[in-house]
Design a protein around this ligand. Sequence first.
Ligand code: EPU
Length: 338
Amino acid sequence: MKILENISLKAYNTFGIAAKAKHFVEVTGLLQLQKVLQLSAFPNRLILGGGSNILLTKDIEALVVHLNLKGISVYDEDDDTIVLKVMAGENWHELVLWTLERDYGGLENLSLIPGNVGTAPIQNIGAYGVELQDIFVGCEAMNVENQELEDFSKEDCQFGYRDSIFKNEAKGKYIVTSIRIRLTKKNHNLRTFYGAIEEQLKEMAVVSPTIQDISEAVIAIRKRKLPDPERIGNSGSFFKNPVVSKKVFEGIRKKNPQVPFYDMGENLIKIPAGWLIEQCGFKGKRQGDAGVHDKQALVLVNYGTATGEEVLNLATEIQKEVEAKFGIAIAPEVNIIK
Ligand code: EPU
């Protein structure tokens, strides 16, 4: 375990922001993590996993801890299902492919999501009609204060839309070290009801889809709509889709009959932030190397040399315009490090 100095974080965040870490350490084992948390010289740390959900707005004074815990093991198994324990540093999409190769069902709709396993429960990753919580059993997390591992059940995690206890009262107090997920070994529960998946499967001429077909469909849709972080820096959806009252929604629909929406029940309506942002004229807009993706306005991009501050300024401008035009506040889903 070596503490490095003045390390560029460009390769460690999918936005490709070239902020620097004054001190940087790579952690590959739980004992190492405990030791790092006990270093009195570094009371403040920034824990970095796959770096797929953060925007670095300046150089980092705190010790940057790159969490690189690896391993996939079978935790439990019966005739129909298997519970896998997966360490936080495994790449999410590689895990999805690993499960599909073995014909384990449950992760197919969550194909090609950037980032690592440890981040998945923090924001309850979700796409195409499935959220992590649908297959989640529990996770282990290290208590930063006493360096002990604690177990969190699914209920303990208090999952919501792009939300969990780790974004709220447990924020900064725990480091997720592994997760457990229950997958099907047979009689897979195929979730093809999301419109875009149905259309894609038709295009692929698939009549009775397998979990592998669904994954392929999701990959094709994502590749069409979302920029590849290897080529254009981004963090996926920058904002959450806002949830408003039916009354507010009807006000918007009166002026914009074509507004897309999801009825959440209980008089609540979710409106795609991407649509709101597009209506404000931002889709495809570019300010220097910071921009709004031209195929999905919910995604902010770094064309190369944008600073985190430039991306943040663009995000703030978008929030102001959406608020002015629709009276709706949109909140970032990306973790902004200030
Ligand atoms: N839309 C526009 N203009 C845009 C983008 C979207 O009008 O520029 C409209 C679309 O036409 C569609 C609606 O908005 O009617 C919804 O768009 P889409 O299906 O692309 O989904 P989303 O609500 O924008 C969410 C997730 C994505 C996830 C997709 C698919 C959030 C914040 N984002 O996006 O997640 O892949 O659904 O399930 O909930 C991520 O979190 O990083 C992410 C990519």
